[in-house]
Design a protein around this ligand. Structure first.
Ligand code: CTP
Length: 405
């Protein structure tokens, strides 16, 4: 995980959302990041340094004059040490100071002195956010390369409803991860990932689907984003929240997924087909809900398009540069997976034994084997789907480097 071992400087400025910065700080530490907190004077009126100090096990930097006591030039050492500088919550006042390059406290001085990427999570009342000055200042920072995450819509401290809420911790974490990964092994690569189980309608209220939760594909989208890729997630219906920093194309049926993949094919460097695509669909969809009768019922099915085969046929123009498939098997895992690798002309096959209770559909863990056309088989131990995704992404990046760089 990209946050493991990263040095994050967390700037906390004075707003009611300060208490949420404690949660962010906690999650960063849990993810293995080293966190140094800088609080502005105003922030200390909303929350004390104590929770941050307790969580990070490091002193909280409060003001410029502290450096007289610490000898160490705090704003210089923190600015050099940071892999990313995160300001959450960021008030309109601090955003304005940053846009104009002011350095009147330890936080703004550190930002001015750093070359580390900036992640800014604004939080303020709706009118302050909507003010053209704030909008312009935020835009200035964005154009200078800062990642602006939020603000979100919702109920504000004033009781009004509008834009100005600090976004959820998970979203800020995702923005930090994406920012840290900007120059990662897939930087500049366009990656399309399919996810979920397609739904093939029988009538307006029924469909045929499978047990895929979409988790593997969504984990791949996160891992590819964290590796610097521009990710498009082509998703069949799932219960999962959208992945921050990726583009989402929602589809339902195998035919829609086929169309979406083909439409993107020439703008895609790497295609990862993690979706469980239906192989058959009802030959005709009833226009009205089918009423039950006394006897049994036979449903006529027809084949859907094999998307990977269609991609393989069109790929004579070299796009996508790499294609990865998944094989979900309940028996003869290696033989079946190797056969599909060859038949679908893949560069990497992720073979997955879905008969095990701790692997495959509906669980958070997976046990997979990575197969390449040269006959190599790399067995990974049981790990979370995110860890599997990171391994697949690293492998894909290595194959890309070998072949195209
Ligand atoms: N796949 C596809 N189009 C389909 C079915 C599957 O592109 N209509 C892709 C999947 O996304 C996966 C790979 O093919 O990456 C293997 O899918 P799987 O269903 O396991 O293989 P099939 O070739 O359909 O073989 P079988 O159903 O006989 O196991």
């Amino acid at each position: 995980m990209i946050l493991q071992g990263a040095n994050i400087v967390l700037g906390v400025t004075g707003g009611i959302a300060c208490y949420k910065a404690v949660d962010l700080c906690s999650k960063l530490v849990q993810a293995g990041a080293g966190v140094d907190v800088i609080m502005t004077e105003a922030a200390t009126h909303f929350v004390t340094p104590l929770p941050f100090q307790t969580l990070t096990k490091r002193p909280v930097a409060l003001d410029m004059f502290q450096l007289l006591r610490d000898v160490d030039m705090a704003h210089i050492s923190l600015s050099q040490k940071a892999d990313a500088l995160v300001i959450a919550p960021a008030t309109a006042n601090t955003i304005a100071k940053l846009a104009f390059g002011l350095a009147d406290n330890l936080l703004t001085s550190t930002v001015l002195a750093t070359t580390a990427p900036l992640v800014i999570a604004p939080a303020m009342d709706a009118d302050m956010w909507a003010n053209p000055i704030t909008q312009q200042n935020t835009e200035t920072l964005r154009q200078r390369g800062a990642c602006i995450v939020g603000p979100g819509q919702g109920r504000l401290a004033s009781g009004r409803v509008g834009a100005g809420r600090l976004v959820d911790t998970e979203e800020i974490l995702a923005a930090i991860r994406q920012t840290l990964g900007r120059n990662g092994p897939l930087a500049g690569r366009r990656v399309a990932i399919t996810a979920g189980g397609t739904q093939e309608p029988i009538d307006p209220v029924r469909h045929i689907t499978n047990r895929s939760s979409g988790r593997m594909g969504y984990a791949l989208a996160e891992a590819a984003r964290d590796a610097g890729a521009r990710v498009t997630l082509i998703s069949a219906p799932t219960c999962l929240p959208a992945i921050y920093g990726t583009e989402m194309v929602s589809v339902r049926t195998a035919a829609e997924m086929h169309e979406a993949v083909m439409a993107l094919r020439q703008q895609t460097d790497i295609l990862i087909m993690a979706a469980a695509v239906a192989d058959y669909r009802p030959a005709a969809m009833a226009e009205q809900k089918i009423k039950k009768g006394d006897g049994g019922m036979t449903l006529q099915l027809e084949r859907t398009v094999d998307i990977l085969n269609a991609v393989a046929q069109a790929r004579t123009d070299g796009m996508p540069g790499l294609v990865v498939g998944f094989a979900a098997e309940t028996e003869n895992l290696l033989t079946n997976a190797r056969d599909k690798l060859a038949r679908k002309k893949l560069d990497l096959m992720v073979a997955n034994d879905v008969s095990a209770t701790d692997s495959g559909f509906g669980v958070d863990t997976n046990r997979v084997i990575l197969l390449t056309p040269d006959g190599e088989a790399h067995t990974l131990p049981l790990m979370t789907k995110f860890q599997v995704a990171e391994q697949v992404v690293n492998r894909v990046a290595a194959i890309w480097r070998e072949r195209y760089e």
